[in-house]
Design a protein around this ligand. Structure first.
Ligand code: HEM
Length: 419
């Protein structure tokens, strides 16, 4: 940002969103999300300028789409709004590009997605359900009753990392590496200096080396349903091994896609039910609300705040001219709070009607591939929590991730109370 358009990011002090000129609101500021103060800025944009142009920011100009129906229109229109070259607001470094199918258009997107999909298809999920339940039960049984601990480390990370290891058939004893690779991908602190950038790349190259070995092993074994075996045996993806950066890109996609998002939904549920004790009472009275509650938590948290598209041609949209090449950011985190679409949208209501009609999983050809798996994991963890604990009590403030993309919780001090 230049001096003439002061950024709204002023450290940890945030101006009243109504006190600054509209054109100075640029929602790529990660501290707004870390401090959980983004909501009122989005409310203002939805009301006053729902298709909003930020002319100057650290990542260049971009459009913000903030209303539910507008986001659905853009997300469903891959012919005019491309996912290439990136689904993040920032630009990929030219000397370290990691192509992945979430950031590709048809036909390449379609064949790569199709190759990986059986890894999370309904038949596979049915096979995995017992294992997930057993693991969730073990993690919860090992929690120290009556003592304060970090729920994120002990439950959310552990459970989703174990799941991820299963999806890749990754050596179980090395599963902490998956957490490391996932975190290094999204952590903004890894971009603050040249040294950090290089450190991040070194760690990601380790990831590639590890998976390259697994790939060769799987390619020489009979096909199975883990992601690596599926891609190594599929005629459309088997040559990806010859394009290491594309292999790394897709690994990152599958690792982060299946990890951070579900992890943060598990933590968010604990936060949400503590902040809304009347909702917890509803759950105690009727545990069959769990599947509905899971969808509501995923809406309320919106684990991925946005996806970006790039206009392939000039498009007139809601009275604005989006020019060819412009970045267009679809803020799911705002659409999910759009009062014109969702009644009482800021509230967490575990018995909300039509709770699955949220936008946290996106729309169109890129709609989340793992959405049923995520819902299943969350349902199981809540069913197992309710069997064991009277209450998971939050005993300190949650610490949130500094990111405008992943809506994450990094620390959540809790105490569990046995039934
Ligand atoms: C609550 C948990 C989750 C949330 C909120 C979430 C959210 C999303 C979103 C917003 C997209 C992009 C949609 C679009 O562009 O329209 C996406 C795509 C994707 N997700 Fe998820 N996700 C979750 C869990 C998972 C899990 C468990 C997996 C399993 C590996 C997964 C794998 C993927 C993949 C591979 C894509 C790319 C799909 C494509 O480009 O065709 N996600 N997800």
């Amino acid at each position: 940002m230049s001096a003439s358009t002061p950024s709204i990011d002023v450290g940890d002090i945030f101006p009243d969103p109504y006190s600054i000129p509209l054109d100075q609101i640029c929602m790529n500021q990660s501290r707004l999300f870390q401090n959980n103060v983004h909501g009122e800025y989005f409310r203002r944009l939805r009301n006053e300028d729902p298709v909003h142009y930020c002319a100057e920011s650290e990542v260049g100009p971009f459009w913000s789409i903030t209303k539910f129906d507008d986001i659905v229109k853009i997300d469903s229109n891959h012919k005019q709004f491309s996912s290439e070259p990136s689904i993040g607001i920032g630009n990929q470094a030219a000397d370290f590009t990691t192509p992945m199918f979430i950031a590709m258009d048809p036909p390449k997107h379609d064949v790569q997605r199709k190759a990986a999909t059986p890894g999370v298809a309904p038949a596979r999920l049915a096979d995995l359900e017992g294992l997930i339940r057993e693991r969730a039960g073990k993690i919860l049984d090992d929690l120290p009753a009556g003592e304060e601990f970090n729920w994120v480390d002990r439950v959310s990370i552990e459970l989703t990392t174990q799941m991820l290891a299963t999806l890749f058939d990754f050596p179980f004893e090395d599963r902490h590496l998956l957490t490391k690779w996932s975190d290094v991908t999204t952590n903004v602190d890894m971009f603050v200096s040249e040294e950090k950038i290089q450190e991040r790349r070194t760690i990601l190259r380790e990831c590639l080396t590890y998976f390259t070995r697994l790939w060769h092993e799987r390619a020489n074994q009979p096909p199975k349903f883990d992601f690596i075996s599926l891609m190594a045996h599929n005629p459309d993806t088997k040559d990806m091994i010859d394009n290491p950066m594309e292999l790394l890109g897709n690994l990152i996609l599958l690792i982060v896609g299946g990890n951070d998002t579900t992890r943060n939904s598990i933590s968010a549920g604990i936060v949400g039910l503590n902040q809304n004790p009347q909702e917890y009472d509803k759950l105690l009275a009727d545990p069959t609300l769990i599947p509905n509650m899971v969808s509501e938590i995923i809406r309320w948290q919106t684990p991925l705040a946005y996806m970006r598209r790039t206009a392939k041609e000039d498009v007139e949209f809601q009275g604005k001219l989006i020019k060819k090449g412009d970045k267009v950011v679809m803020w799911y985190v705002s659409g999910n709070r759009d009062e014109t679409k969702i009644e009482n949208a800021d509230a967490l209501l575990i018995d909300r009607a039509r709770a699955r009609q949220h936008m946290s999983f996106g729309f169109g050809i890129h709609r989340c591939m793992g959405n049923r798996l995520a819902e299943m994991q969350l349902r199981i963890v809540w069913e197992e929590i309710m069997k064991r604990f009277k209450h998971v009590e939050v005993v300190g403030d949650p610490v949130r991730l500094r990111s405008s993309f992943v809506r994450g919780i990094t620390e959540l001090p809790v105490r569990v109370h046995d039934i």
